[in-house]
Design a protein around this ligand. Structure first.
Ligand SMILES: [Zn+2]
Length: 244
C-alpha cells in the first residue's frame, strides 16, 4: 500500500505544481457533505471542504488528505498551552483541552516518563509555511508526513505533537522511548488518541507519527479505542451515520 500511495502521488503530482497551486488558490471548492453510508474512500489528494466545520464539532470534524477546513477556521478559545504546564507561551490550544492535558502531563511525569509538547494549534497560514518547508526538504514525499494547509488536525486547536521532556525534537523512534510508550498506552485515558498509528498508513493516508495526538475527550477516546478503528475510520463512519 505504501508503494501504491507513492505511485498515486507521483501520478497526481508529477512536478509538485499542483501542490503550489493548492497553496495559493484559496477556497474554490463548493461545500459538499461527507458521503453517507459509503465505504472509507482510498487515500487521494483533493480539496473538499469537510462537512462539520462548526467550532462545536471539534470531536467529529474529519480531516485527511481529501477533506479540509476553511482558511478562516480559527477557534475563538485558544489559550497558551503553558496553562497545562508544558510547551512555551507561543503555543496555543483550545481552553477545554487544558485540564486533561495537565492531568496527562502530571501522570506521565509521575510514571517516570515526562512529556513535553512541540506543537499545538497551527493556523492555515502557519500550515502553509510548514508544508512548503517540508516540500522543499523532501519533495513529493512530504505529502505523506505533512498535511497541506486546511487538512491539518493542528488547525482544530485540539491536536498536539508530543516529545520527551528535555528532548530537542522527536522522530519515528519515539515509539520505543519510555515517554512514547507511555503515551501509546495511557494517552487515551486522558482523552487523546493517536491519529496516525503504525501499520495503519493505508487507512490514515499518512506515515506513522508516534508523537501526534488528537484530543477527543475521555469518553470518545475510550470509544475509539474499543472500536479498534483509526480516528479517520471512526469519524468517517460516525459522519455517515449522522447524515443518514
Ligand atoms: Zn502533528
Amino acid at each position: 500500500m505504501l508503494v501504491a500511495l507513492a505511485v498515486t502521488a507521483a501520478v497526481v503530482l508529477p512536478t509538485g505544481l499542483l501542490v503550489r497551486m493548492a497553496l495559493v488558490s484559496g477556497d474554490p471548492a463548493p461545500r459538499r457533505p461527507a458521503a453517507a453510508a459509503r465505504p472509507l474512500p482510498a487515500c487521494r489528494y483533493s480539496r473538499e471542504r469537510t462537512a462539520l466545520t462548526s467550532y462545536q464539532d471539534w470531536q467529529r470534524t474529519l480531516l485527511d488528505t481529501t477533506y479540509r477546513l476553511p482558511r478562516s477556521y480559527e477557534p475563538p478559545d485558544l489559550v497558551p498551552i503553558t496553562r497545562a504546564g508544558v510547551g512555551t507561551r507561543d503555543m496555543r490550544i483550545r481552553a477545554f483541552v487544558v485540564p486533561d492535558l495537565q492531568a496527562l502531563v502530571e501522570a506521565a511525569g509521575a510514571a517516570g516518563s515526562p512529556v513535553d509538547v512541540t506543537w499545538g494549534y497551527r493556523s492555515f497560514r502557519t500550515q502553509t509555511w510548514v508544508f512548503e518547508y517540508w516540500t522543499e526538504q523532501k519533495g513529493e514525499a512530504a505529502l505523506r508526513t505533512a498535511a497541506r494547509p486546511g487538512h491539518s488536525e493542528h488547525q482544530l486547536g485540539t491536536s498536539l505533537d508530543f516529545k520527551s521532556e528535555g528532548a530537542l525534537n522527536v522522530d519515528e523512534t519515539w515509539k520505543d522511548d519510555p515517554a512514547g510508550r507511555w503515551m501509546r498506552e495511557h494517552a487515551w485515558e486522558y482523552g487523546f488518541v493517536l491519529s496516525y498509528p503504525e501499520g495503519k498508513e493505508a487507512v490514515t493516508c499518512y506515515a506513522h507519527e508516534p508523537w501526534h495526538y488528537r484530543y477527543v475527550g475521555r469518553r470518545e477516546a475510550r470509544r475509539i479505542l474499543d472500536s479498534g478503528l483509526t480516528v479517520r475510520q471512526y469519524l468517517w463512519r460516525q459522519n455517515a451515520e449522522l447524515s443518514r
